[in-house]
Ligand binder design. Sequence first.
Ligand SMILES: Nc1ncnc2c1ncn2[C@@H]1O[C@H](COP(=O)(O)OP(=O)(O)OP(=O)(O)O)[C@@H](O)[C@H]1O
Length: 698
Amino acid sequence: DKANTFLSIKMRMPDDGPPSKKFKYTLQHKNNGNHVSDKLQQERRNLPIYPARGKIINQIQRLDTAILIGETGSGKTTQIPQYLLEANVNKNAIIAVTQPRRVAAITISQRVAEEQGTELGQKVGYCVRFEDVTSENTKIKYMTDGMLLREAILDPLMKRYSIVILDEAHERTIHTDVLFGVVKQAQSRRKAKGIRPLKILVMSATMDVDHFSAYFNAAPVLYLEGRQYPVQVFYAPEPQSDYTFSSIVTLFQIHRVEPPNKDVLMFLTGQEEIESAVKTIRDITRSTEENMAPLVVCPLYAALPSHAQLKVFKPTPRVCLYIYLKDKKLTDIEAITEGCRKVIVATNIAETSVTIQGIKFVIDSGVVKAKVFNPNSGLDLLKVVRVSKAQALQRTGRAGRESAGSCYRLYTEQEFEQFSDSTVPEIQRCNLSSVVLQLLALGISDIVNFDFMDKPSTESIIAAVHQLHNLGAVVKETSIKLTPVGRKMAAFPLEPRLGKTLLIAKEHNCLEEILTIVSLLSVDSVIVTPQSKREEALAARQKFVSSEGDHVMLLNIYKAYKAVKGNREWCMENFINQRNMRTATEVRKQLHDICVRMDFPVKSCGNDSTTIRKCLAYGFFMNAAELQKDGSEYTSLSSRKTVSIHPSSVLFRCKPAYVIYNELVKTTKCYMRDLCVVDPDWLSEAAPAYFKKKKPGT
Ligand SMILES: Nc1ncnc2c1ncn2[C@@H]1O[C@H](COP(=O)(O)OP(=O)(O)OP(=O)(O)O)[C@@H](O)[C@H]1O
């Protein structure tokens, strides 16, 4: 059932010169003594890209920069780096392949290592925020775009790479957009200095090729024709009012009529929504009287620790054991059922690049959670928005990876026509303070004139520079310069306010505690409050609660978690999300390592929570709010907007006079999340100039 195995490579070149060199191409069967299975080699040869490999190698050999567009699943991500390596286009240097998401970088490198018959981390490896699985033998390195950007801070010419492949370019994440400019600059500087040339390859299945080609100095566009397997697309007959409900209904419709062993990938928007859908699906499966095949339901979102994410990619067990439990003890095996279906409920982290074995059906809700920044109010909000056509196509593409599939779009065809073609680049809708800090650390001070593919608004650049100036990270002289404080902040892969809080903690000898708090704030909530057991959860939490706010409570939870060595039962009894807790521990370890490398003494202030709160006030003074005179709501000190305490906060009923918060979330109201009680004097001490007009507390 292959739809179109014929593939040609069409070129559109501004200057169509003759191919420079011919070379021999041999597909490797054995490597490092490891046998590569014939089946795997056959799978490689069956890919639509395979007949075009000679032409691809030829073109990339002779071009400095190329844009490559080809259908989802045609083999771009897994094959092109291997073709280039096998023909030594990389001239023995490393080929970097960037991915917007860590899960893609990890799973693709695993597959490619397998195809090369090498151990992961040897010839093929990956590098993501908390893990570097590469070695001096690594020649193909899959990495997140953020990691390559961080590397560029230390090595702006990217000397260890001879080819940089910017994959999934259509995603236009903030890091990819900055990388475009940084990689272009490295290429031209290397040329000017006579250093080995840097080849750039920009790839996607869905992108505005003219826009990309124009930005990369009229780079030729290589069109790869042919898709691997057809995907039939179904639209909703009428607009749907509740996409979660419709997704679950569609799932059970598929489940009833389709044979088991064909898995389903469902796209929803965020952790809470996904966990609640997973629970509903499990409840329905348990309570139904119908004789249905078992469903294995797996959530997939960024906040899950790596190992939990990777579990989703494992082949589905097709034999299910029904186990009868009494008082948590196994008493009998109830039944053995053959044939079961896996359903993965995911955010857009499963949207591009990844291949999940067994997926035949995709259910696309048509929505995604996206960051939206308002430079005037300084608010960075997460909102559920419609996907773009490019995103919808990517989602559809996940169904036709191993054989023909189907995609159920929970919107009408007319609605689809109204979707924007491509996603608005993140750089045009996000708070830029982290990016500006990184660009300055890269030695790029003229941010406004930086070679962005699509410029962010001048207001958001100014807002970011102001924010960094308030944090003492930059000085404004003839140009904007990084201060020594700013340079240290840039060493941490953290949002600038959190980085600054760590520096302050070092001065106040409480890095132990602040490292914990910052790590817990960098992951999704470790606190679980299920609707059905709300009272029980709140009662269990009482022992950690602090009248000083959520940060101190988080610290109490972490200390207790460590005291029981992360015990699973303890987490369940106390309604603590063990997975998020483990991720926070991983983050903490990494931040701790950076502190040690920078010679920061990691000291503890014991139980002195006043010092801890003072550090938080010094780092987060721009996120401060005061209680209004009538005692009902708060006013944000920076924007003078009315803000409220989120009901999940321990301070919801306390209403202290002054608080700082970690983030604002807009739903029915503008809510402050993760709050800490502060003294107004600390705020003016932290930033006298910032509070010059009005001293807090007067
Ligand atoms: N982990 C895997 N397990 C099984 N098959 C895989 C795996 N990864 C890739 N494949 C196979 O290789 C094919 C090509 O995958 P690849 O990621 O290279 O395509 P692509 O053109 O980059 O697609 P996209 O644009 O969606 O990223 C897939 O359709 C699938 O058949």
